[in-house]
Design a protein around this ligand. Structure first.
Ligand code: 2NE
Length: 275
């Protein structure tokens, strides 16, 4: 089976193969930094993957290497289009639309795996944080730059990072703006494994295939449960939405709808009050 192009975009590539979607930021000359258009395109592709019943896993990665030989997952917001109130697109409107993308990746009931080769920096680092799993190439470099370049992500970028690596380490990452290599990232639990760069995609496919053998409903409920632990009412909404989905799939749930449509009283007496 080979990757099939799903749709053609300007800033990203979008492929599918056998239950797996692959979304690639394609601006290697900018170390895959994102402008508003990049984020809109990513959002569109992630929505498609979310809606596709055949897709269970999304691999999220960056195109590379660039002509100078360097790799990047994503170097965050494109500073060359940063205006006074966000990143400015062709329409002249300043935006921080990457926050919408973060929420989509976090809440979609499919597993999103970041494949990081080279730099995952700034808002690009937060994008890998938000993914369910991260597979790092041996050349991966991680870090935040906000306090150096006049920015910060106090949302998932701070609080969820701290859940992953602990408060002390998260504060170090943000306050010192250092860069960390793949093995340091592995040591602090920031990534799931490290592989040679040439094996990155194959490893991602292997993990995806292992996940695809598992129960879709079990995985979606687990993702929602992990999220609910940190995400307050939005997390509970996600988790409870799965309970509603499962309830709709029961005879008991269907009886309510059927009775309404048949203009009769529902007969719930036939269903047990389980202990
Ligand atoms: C990523 C890093 C460390 C790579 O360094 P190096 O030395 O390998 O490459 P270089 O020469 O800096 O970059 C190569 C080309 O990519 C562009 C550069 O300007 C350069 O272009 P040319 O000079 O060749 O034309 N480039 C790289 N990153 C870019 C960026 N983010 N925006 C625009 N152009 C970029 C090094 O490049 C680096 O530190 N990059 C900046 C990382 C950064 O600070 N990102 C923004 C953080 S804030 C953010 O992302 C954010 C947020 O905090 C909250 C909400 C939303 C977004």
């Amino acid at each position: 089976v080979e990757w099939q192009t799903v749709k053609t975009y300007e800033d990203i590539l979008y492929h599918k193969m056998d239950g797996i979607a692959k979304i690639t930021i394609n601006r290697p000359h900018k170390r895959n930094a994102f402008r508003p258009k990049t984020v809109f395109e990513l959002y569109d592709a992630f929505c498609d993957a979310r809606e596709d019943r055949n897709i269970g896993v999304v691999l999220f990665t960056g195109a590379g290497p660039h002509t100078d030989g360097k790799y990047a997952f994503c170097a965050g917001g494109d500073q060359s289009v940063r205006g006074t109130a966000g990143y400015v697109g062709d329409d002249g409107v300043p935006r921080l639309n990457v926050l919408d993308l973060q929420r989509l990746i976090r809440s979609m009931p499919k597993v999103v795996i970041a494949l990081v080769a080279g730099y995952a920096i700034g808002g690009g680092h937060v994008l890998h944080i938000i993914c369910d799993l991260t597979i790092a190439a041996d050349n991966a470099i991680f870090g935040q730059t906000g306090p150096k370049v006049g920015s910060f992500d106090g949302g998932f970028g701070a609080s969820y990072l701290a859940r992953i690596v602990g408060q002390k380490k998260a504060r170090e990452i943000w306050f010192l703006c250092r860069q960390y290599d793949a093995n340091q990232a592995l040591e602090m639990g920031l990534v799931n494994c490290v592989v040679p760069v040439e094996e990155l995609e194959a490893e991602g496919i292997k993990w995806a295939q292992e996940i695809l053998e598992k129960s879709p409903i079990a995985i979606r409920c687990l993702k929602a449960a992990f999220n609910a632990d940190c995400d307050g009412q939005a997390g509970l909404q996600e988790l409870a939405g799965n309970a509603t989905l499962l309830y709709y799939m029961t005879e008991e749930g269907a009886e309510g709808k059927q009775a309404f449509l048949e203009k009769r009283k529902p007969d719930f007496r036939q269903y047990p009050w389980l202990p």
